[in-house]
Design a protein around this ligand. Sequence first.
Ligand code: DAH
Length: 314
Amino acid sequence: MKDKIKKANSLEDLQALYTETFGKNGTMTQKLKNMANLSNNERAAINAENAELRQLFKEKQNELELAVLNAKLATEKIDVTLDNEPKTRGTIHPLTQTLKEISVILEGLGYTLWTGPEIEDDWHNFTALNTPDYHPARDMQDTFFLENGNVMRTQTSAVQIRAMEKLGAPIKMFAIGATYRREMDTTHLPSFHQIEGLYIDKNINMSDLVGNLRTLLSKFFERDLELRIRPSYFPFTEPSVEFDIKWDNGKWLEMGGAGMVHPNVLRNCNIDPNEYQGFAFGFGWDRLAMLKYGLNDLRAFTDGDIRWLKNTGF
Ligand code: DAH
């Protein structure tokens, strides 16, 4: 047995030998049980053997446990000096940042956020906006037409129609989202983004429009801005204006279009223009972000280049 113990090469083998020796019917157990009739010398010998075997088992167990531990340490080694895998943290896109800023301001002014589909039907993108298919103003926007007659929405103004159809008047809403036109150069992309506002109630007039725009832009650019409106033309507003803000260098910057919602548009949404009237405005979301954060290449907005995003400062 002593040899067997010394040669055991696993804890399982050792356990088996231990049972063989000290188990209920183990060899040593039997010897100890039958000691009563033996001489003193014989008892002493058995006791000594018992002690020796227990000692051997203990030593062997320690040895085997150590071996198991060493094997484990060898395979599960962690090299704490190893370089960490480089992790690139994302950043907030300037459009997301400006979306948050604009939303907080417009919600503070009582506007509710609406969304609409980017694939739009002709009614919501054009016809309901007082631009029937023979209307020359359709040429103002180079449209992507889909085979089924739908369009990639050319303006977030389509969301005004959806909101008025659903809620009627009074209504105070804004929409913010992607728009599409067939154009592309350093300042235009086929996909860009617009912000749209609409406020219809009783007794809303042009000075409400000017006040709301000025508040919105002053809060957004965090300075008291001068606002200028110039006469313009949009099929869905009458009168129509374009609005500019006076920038730090004294120059007027064109911001967007606006006006009093055309009675035909209200009628198209089952709102009585004799009872309700109001204003709408629309402008470029990308442009706002570029101006506020000093970015000059619109194309970088869609490149997803993390180095550029990091440099935008968020
Ligand atoms: N939809 C116009 C455009 O894309 C912008 C615009 C002008 C929106 C006047 C309006 C508005 O709501 O009243 O050029």
